[in-house]
Design a protein around this ligand. Structure first.
Ligand SMILES: NC(=O)c1ccc[n+]([C@@H]2O[C@H](COP(=O)([O-])OP(=O)(O)OC[C@H]3O[C@@H](n4cnc5c(N)ncnc54)[C@H](O)[C@@H]3O)[C@@H](O)[C@H]2O)c1
Length: 257
């Protein structure tokens, strides 16, 4: 199994319809021990997640669920310390937490801008920084960050300028981590999905716009959370041992460049 015994922290994993959950399920099936972190990780939600993973993979996962607001560095450091206390170490971090707002440039209020940048960019920075302290001490570790095709094409599908800019920041942040920590045996890569059917689309996309986007995708379908989870598994495992600083497109061919 590709992740046998590896301790994997997945941030943004509280929605059964989300990319974080799909990644958790695939990682559990691949032998990983999981730490699932989310602002919305309440006991009832966590219990539903554990039940769902167990019934889909046919065995009980080894998993902890921790609540955390990634915009707060101290909160990130607390959950990372809790993860280490629970499982002894951390081998892999997948950052799936994020928010989007479908807004045109001139309608973006300062508070909207601050909120999107705080969660998507500062939050990713906070979690990476907290985990890198552990990885640097043990001289190994893997980071997978979730950006978006919005960072590459300039928004315009679902998110506005603030979302695209925050995801551009995640791409740059990941490349910098790869360069700075590569000599210590630590890898960092970033995935740019296009439209994936998750709760993130709810209320941010009309049916007409959805159909219009699908019609323009060479593979003629939206992404599924499991499509992104597969790329996360590749990047988290030794299959990608010589891949770092890479931006991986998972977009059905919708942005070929
Ligand atoms: N769905 C898409 O079309 C799409 C496309 C490109 C990129 N992405 C990116 O993929 C990632 C996963 O998105 P998803 O589609 O699964 O959406 P999702 O809404 O299901 O998952 C995002 C999770 O982040 C959590 N979160 C939000 N703010 C947080 C905070 N302050 N602290 C901790 N957790 C917080 C939410 O509770 C949620 O569970 C996001 O980074 C998103 O930007 C999604």
């Amino acid at each position: 199994m590709l992740l046998q015994g590896r301790v994997c922290v997945i941030v943004g994993a509280s929605s059964l319809r989300g990319i974080g959950y799909a990644t958790a399920e695939l990682f559990a099936q691949s032998g990983a021990k999981l730490v699932l972190v989310d602002l919305a990780m309440e006991d009832e939600i966590f219990s539903d997640i554990v039940k769902s993973i167990a019934s889909n993979i046919g065995s009980e996962p080894t998993v902890a669920g921790l609540k955390c607001d990634i915009t707060n560095l101290a909160d990130c450091e607390r959950v990372i310390a809790e993860a280490v206390a629970r499982f002894g170490t951390i081998d892999c971090l997948v950052n799936c937490a994020g928010i989007v707002l479908a807004q045109s440039m001139l309608s973006i209020a300062e508070a909207d801008y601050d909120r999107i940048l705080d969660v998507n960019l500062k939050g990713t920075f906070n979690v990476c920084k907290s985990v890198l302290a552990i990885f640097a001490a043990k001289k190994c570790g893997v980071i997978v960050n979730l950006a978006s095709v919005a960072a590459q094409r300039g928004g315009g599908l679902v998110g506005g300028a603030h979302y695209a800019a925050s995801k551009g920041g995640v791409v740059s942040l990941t490349k910098t981590i790869a360069r700075e920590f590569g000599p210590q045996g630590i890898r960092a890569n970033v995935i740019c999905p296009s439209m994936v059917e998750t709760a993130m689309l709810d209320g941010n996309l009309s049916r007409e716009k959805f159909d219009e986007i699908v019609a323009g995708i060479p593979l003629r379908r939206p992404g599924k959370p499991s499509d992104i989870a597969g790329a996360c598994l590749f990047l988290a495992s030794e299959l990608s041992a010589y891949v770092t600083g890479a931006t991986i497109d998972v977009n059905g061919g919708s942005h070929i460049h």
